[in-house]
Ligand binder design. Structure first.
Ligand code: PLP
Length: 395
């Protein structure tokens, strides 16, 4: 068995990186296709095919709004989750800079938030990055202690993309509002994975993305609560009520709408399917491979249903990833955005994982198309790869 596993002539393909992106579902693609060809109209035009396009956008707006319990008038289409995050931070900063220049976020946000916050720091804003505990939870009393008279925005992600922690958003938003501060949540990993009702949560801004919920890439959305003021993100035409100019990506919007409707309909099934397979994966790996740590919340009801983040002691995550790839398996080390850099994951660092252990960490995320046979195959391959790499690293 030794030495024979590096390149296997394997035809089986298993994708376990659903938090990086998802395939567009057939039903979604079918809705989108006519908008590339037959219904190619510009939604700003006043003749029939233009009006058809406009209707399609408004239908999608209703579908996305319904998924999060919003009024359709509160939903704006954007070019993805990163754009929505940027819009919120730069928009609120611009809108309220005369009121104050302090923003609160966390150490475990997506880079679309962290890098925007760092950019604002260079413009003279002050940013507090809240700590999280060893499971990745933000503590409400720490948020309360960080709020100042000049705080203008609190931005805390709903579900962490690396370790799957589901933050107590309702409690956190209530604290911000008690002090008259606007609250934003990056819900890119939350929509379609946990139930969301913006009225119940009482939040002001929500970032969403289409490609994490079986819709097309390059499309996203933003919830802006009625009555909350924020400047336009792109200046030009009157699209999106003048807030985001440019001819709409109609096919993308239609796809996002269809994906949102499907996600809402399938939510319970999706949660059950993913969490069962995820738990099975964790149980099997824990039973068969020594010296591992499962990162993120132990209470799986407070965890993304598809997320398993596992540290394998004494080996490099990159080597595991490459060997698994040669066996047809796609996983990631840390988050997709940091996988090309050697910087250890900021999320794992924030929960206190040691530097060399961070480098031995793999994120597995299961989704709607994952099967039990896929997991059996992955566990078998991970077991072989890990024991082989540990043999080499012992030499
Ligand atoms: C993927 C992701 C984003 C970025 O969304 P894009 O649509 O790819 O720009 C933002 N935040 C989180 C938590 C994500 O997982």
């Amino acid at each position: 068995m030794k030495g024979d596993l590096i390149i296997m002539n394997q035809t089986r393909k298993v994708y376990l990186d659903y938090s990086a992106t998802t395939p567009v579902k057939e039903e979604v693609l079918k809705e989108m296709l006519p908008y590339f060809t037959e219904h190619f109209g510009n939604a700003s035009s006043l003749y029939s095919i233009g009006l058809q396009a406009k209707d399609a956008i408004e239908k999608a707006r209703g579908q996305v709004a319904h998924l999060i319990g919003a009024d359709p008038k509160e939903v704006y289409f954007t070019g993805g989750g990163s754009e929505s995050d940027n819009w919120t931070l730069f928009g609120v900063a611009e809108q309220l800079k005369n009121k104050g220049k302090h923003i609160i976020t966390t150490k475990i946000e997506h880079h679309a938030i962290l890098h925007s916050a760092e950019f604002l720091e260079k413009q003279g804003f002050e940013v507090t990055y809240l700590d999280v505990d060893k499971e990745g939870f933000v503590h409400p009393e720490q948020l309360e202690a960080a709020i100042r008279d000049d705080t203008i925005l609190v931005s805390i992600m709903f579900v962490n993309n690396e370790i799957g922690t589901v933050e107590p958003i309702k409690e956190l938003a209530a604290i911000a509002h008690k002090h008259g501060v606007l609250f934003h949540t990056d819900a890119v990993q939350a929509i379609g994975n946990v139930p969301i009702d913006v009225r119940d949560l009482d939040v002001d801004f929500v970032s969403m993305s289409s490609h994490k919920i079986y819709g097309p890439k390059g499309e996203g959305g933003m919830f802006i609560r009625k009555g909350v003021q924020i400047p336009s993100f792109i200046h030009g035409g009157a699209q999106e009520k003048g807030k985001r100019a440019g001819t709409e990506n109609i096919a993308g919007i239609v796809g996002f709408g269809a994906a949102a409707e499907l996600a809402e309909k399938n939510l319970e099934y999706h949660r059950k399917h993913c969490s069962e397979l995820r738990d099975y994966l964790i149980d099997q790996i824990t039973a068969r491979i020594p010296d591992i740590i499962v990162n993120g919340p132990e209470d799986h009801s407070r965890r993304h249903p598809g997320n398993a983040n596992i540290t394998f002691a004494r080996i490099e995550g990159e080597s595991i990833l490459i060997l698994l790839d040669s066996m047809g398996i796609a996983v990631s080390t840390g988050s997709a955005c940091s996988s090309k850099s050697l910087e250890p994951s900021h999320v794992l660092a924030a929960i206190g994982v040691h530097r060399e252990m961070i480098h031995g960490t793999i994120r597995f995320t299961v989704g709607d198309f994952t099967t039990k046979e896929d997991i059996d195959y992955v566990v078998e391959c991970v077991e072989k790869v890990v024991s082989r790499l540990r043999e080499i690293s012992m030499l």
